[in-house]
Design a protein around this ligand. Structure first.
Ligand SMILES: C[S@@+](CC[C@H](N)C(=O)[O-])C[C@H]1O[C@@H](n2cnc3c(N)ncnc32)[C@H](O)[C@@H]1O
Length: 270
């Protein structure tokens, strides 16, 4: 791809070895493998180690195999034997040990991934605590990603914003809560990483077309999510001119540990 606007042709791609599937097409919340293929092709080299700490159906591992990268996958609820069990808030890898991190986290509470109470998909990005638990958990995850990444290497985070209709809101009023998850996670990452680029990945919403969703969006006065962000970040701990303005002290030292309490996220509008 040569621009920052991507539209993926299909959820999966046909690999050179003839296999037509990466991850699992029935896994709800699977990442489009084409997106991972594009990003790994540009930001990694053959033989590089690639970590996905929330590996889901294993899409990243399959793309790594296709591209000759060493995939390392963790998930709270591993769906297959080559994914190790682990909480992304405490990644079982040494400091500065991987060449790239790809991560597609839960976007608030849209999908029920597992019964594990530690699943971050059980934490709302809005709600009574203003999303503090969700963003606090993601801050720990992103701090760990920073810790295990080698200096001058890249991380890609794939994520979407979210909108939730207010229960009992008057029909057609558009009453609901917008959760700007993309920008919130981007600002957390900026405390650690240098920003390299922001790609918009257009969603075809083919599935939504089959239902009544577009009609409902019009009648209820809200927008369906039309794109995902793909944030590309870089770990730099040896800047010749000192730490980047705004970087956390831990980031400047090259550590992932948080040196500040999780911030309360702003309340969504209603
Ligand atoms: C959007 S899915 C990832 C999809 C994956 N990239 C794929 O293509 O199948 C998010 C994943 O995060 C996992 N998850 C949620 N909380 C977690 C945690 N604390 N540690 C590790 N994984 C977690 C869920 O089990 C789920 O598999």
């Amino acid at each position: 791809m040569t621009t920052t606007l991507w539209e993926y042709p299909s959820q999966h791609y046909d690999a050179r070895d003839g296999s037509r599937m990466q991850g699992d097409k029935d896994y709800v919340g699977a990442t489009p493998s084409w997106v991972i293929w594009q990003v790994l092709s540009r930001y990694t080299r053959e033989g590089d180690s690639v970590l996905d700490p929330m590996c889901g159906s294993g899409t990243t591992l399959d793309v790594c195999r296709d591209l000759g990268r060493q995939g390392i996958g963790f998930d709270l609820a591993p769906s297959r034997p080559d994914i190790r069990q682990g909480d992304a808030r405490t990644i079982g890898l040494p400091d500065a040990s991987v060449d790239f991190v790809f991560i597609d986290p839960p976007y608030s509470t849209h999908v029920d991934y597992s019964d594990d109470p530690r699943c971050i998909g059980k934490l709302g990005a809005a709600g009574d605590d203003g999303g503090a638990a969700y963003y606090g958990a993601m801050e720990r995850v992103l701090g760990e990603c920073f810790r295990v990444l080698r200096n001058r290497r890249y991380l890609a985070l794939y994520v979407s914003d979210s909108w939730k209709k207010r229960k009992g809101g008057p029909k057609g009023s558009g009453a609901g809560t917008f959760m700007p998850i993309g920008f919130e996670l981007f600002s957390i990452m900026r405390r650690h990483f240098e920003a390299v680029d922001i790609v918009t990945v257009v969603r075809q919403n083919a599935k939504l077309g089959k239902g009544n969703w577009h009609k409902v969006a019009e009648e209820e006065n809200f927008f369906l999510r039309g794109f995902n962000y793909l944030f590309i970040m870089k770990k730099v701990v040896d800047r010749p001119d000192g730490p980047r303005p705004g970087a956390s002290a831990a980031a400047a030292r090259g550590q992932g540990a948080m040196d500040r309490a999780p911030r309360r996220a702003p309340r969504g509008r209603s």
